[in-house]
Write a protein that binds this ligand. Sequence first.
Ligand code: UDX
Length: 443
Amino acid sequence: MKNICVIGTGYVGLVNGTCFADLGNNVITVDIDENKIAALKRGEMPIYEPGLKEIVERNVKAGRLKFTTSYAEGLKDAEFVFICVGTPEGVDGEADLKYVRAAAETIAKTMDHPLIVINKSTVPVGTGDWVADIIRKNQPKPIDFSVVSCPEFLREGSAVADFMQTDRTVLGSLDQHAAEAVAQLYLPLRAPIVMTDLRTAEMIKYASNAFLATRLSFINEISIICEKLGADVIEVAQGMGFDKRIGHHFLQAGVGYGGSCFPKDVAALAHMAQTHGMHPQLLHAVMEINAFQRKHVALKLHDLLDGSLKGKTIGVLGLAFKENTDDIRESPALAIITHLLEQGAIVKAYDPVAMENALEEIPAINGCADPYEVAKDADALVIATPWNEFKQLDMVRIRDMMKTPILLDGRNIYEPRIMQSLGFTYRGVGRGYDGAGNSQPGD
Ligand code: UDX
């Protein structure tokens, strides 16, 4: 059992703090946002993350998990302090480090005994050294500390499982003892631990996310070629994936990647490369393809609706950037909707948990109570997020409610042949073969 302080109650802080408590540690989570801490103390979660509420409740009840707005209270007995604050995208893709700076300064001013400071926020390569510098300069009197980089690999929607069944833990530090002490915290997970220097650990995070984003842009580009040449990208990905060197993960073509990490991290890595005089061609292509993939949906609708979206009613199923989350940051669904609204379309939409967030962001969306209300009198229906509850809809009812049965399946959750046999004009992503031996017209 160790005493751990976690700074930040966003996805990273809340999930890590809660999971460390569940492993038997004493965890105190600090956030300067009084409303957030008050809500957490009442048992209300600031985010939708499957399974998280139950584990928070269990550990609060057991006395292993506490919440506070006070750094002094958080650091009082801590041996480890995890920095888990946001690093939003700043100007030109550069990561904005103001919250990391504020956390480091406050730790420095508050600490009264030696600490191991672990950075979990995704930060530009070199930030670990910078954090150490800030702490040193802001300490009223010198107290020992070490900085360890431990990048975050959790996915929203499956964050708790990702923590408990992690593929690996990466620890970067110039202080071997500090890195080994942090490694002890992760031993119960029985996953490989990669020990490196600080900068290498920070780079592993960017390189991992950029690689996964590259796979997605690759398969999305292949999907467009498939549409033109009459091949089916789902089968192409399957056929590729059995090659152990390739694997099946992250090869689902769709409406492009979104979320709080991939768009920001690819842009930040490109920015870092550029500021060092390099021309990161591949990263630029990855971003360009991703932007096009979103626009492509609107272009297809344009074609299917006789060249104009003006006054047409488009139903959109799904608003979150992916399933099992209420997060709408960089959501492809919202990018598509913005595009449709710019073209003069009327947009109706439904999402199981992200409605409130999306309506706040784009008030022009007509929020609906369920998928059938979305379909009613729509000229076309777009599936933008692959929630499970969209996978077994009563498609005959949907067809009969629509003005024209046009289905644009941005996540390939339906079978083209079945949808066509029901009378839909169906377009998936990269599903060039329409079941009758023809490639999709108009694509
Ligand atoms: C990602 C990384 O996976 C995680 O390791 C990191 O710490 C944070 O960023 P997350 O943003 O939660 O996690 O989502 P992820 O599941 O990776 O999906 C990212 C985007 O790619 C989503 O928009 C998703 O819909 C899309 N995606 C994913 C696809 O379009 N096809 C796929 O095959 C997989």
